[in-house]
Design a protein around this ligand. Sequence first.
Ligand code: SF4
Length: 281
Amino acid sequence: MREVEVARVEEAVRRLFLKMNCHMLPDVRTSLEKAREEEVSELGRSVLEDLLQNARIAADEEVPLCQDCGMAVVFLEVGQEVAFTGGSLREAVDGGVRRAYAEGCLRKSVVCDPLFDRKNSGDNTPAIVHFDVVPGDKVRLLATAKGMGSENMSALAMMRAADGPEGVRDFVVETVRRGGANACPPIIVGVGIGGNFETAPLLAKKALLRPLGVRNGDVRYARLEGELLERINGLGIGPAGYGGTTTVLAVQVEFAATHIAGMPVAVNICCHACRHGEIVL
Ligand code: SF4
């Protein structure tokens, strides 16, 4: 067994959230720059320039890209030959989030009780953590600071197999048509197809963590991504919802096996402040 101290996990989580909150991902920046060149709306181009300028200032001054510093979501892929030492793995993840949000003066947005007192936990914990056991002796951390404005515009449909690709396309496009302007566009759309009621949204969230422009390895799903991109950009929502040809920077689809009687489809929307990162220990 390979021993990994949980303190290393805590430090990796701390570093990831400090960096992602202040530094726009290079692929997102490149995509925004390309959109600025191609956007037909003058107002849209000016919004895109503002977003790029905002990203430059955030990086130069080490301040957050957005005032909503998101809810911390961590996917932990743990090699089955790893033994953690030095404490609780779950607490180490929360410890990393707590330190990052305190040190970076990042906004703490988590309330402990969702319905009644809605009291802020004060340190942006607990993080949402998904554990997966994989072969090997490494630990892979995939983390995202997910803004709620775009999360609120996301949706799940328990579709029928008979709805087919056209039904999926309509559902995804309609979800963006209804909520895209409120999701701080230009957006990134993650789509999860298959699994069941709880796993389709996880597929959609993981789809958001893929580098922009990397298409699904299955040519049928890659084609679906391209078709959705075109239809969504045809909606005319545009940057910040002011109209234009740039509503979505990328549509990324993940799929998984499902039951013969169903076809869950989840749409997870992410705003232009698409913040995520990865560390392998
Ligand atoms: S949805 Fe994104 S850009 Fe909009 S307020 Fe939330 S984090 Fe910021």
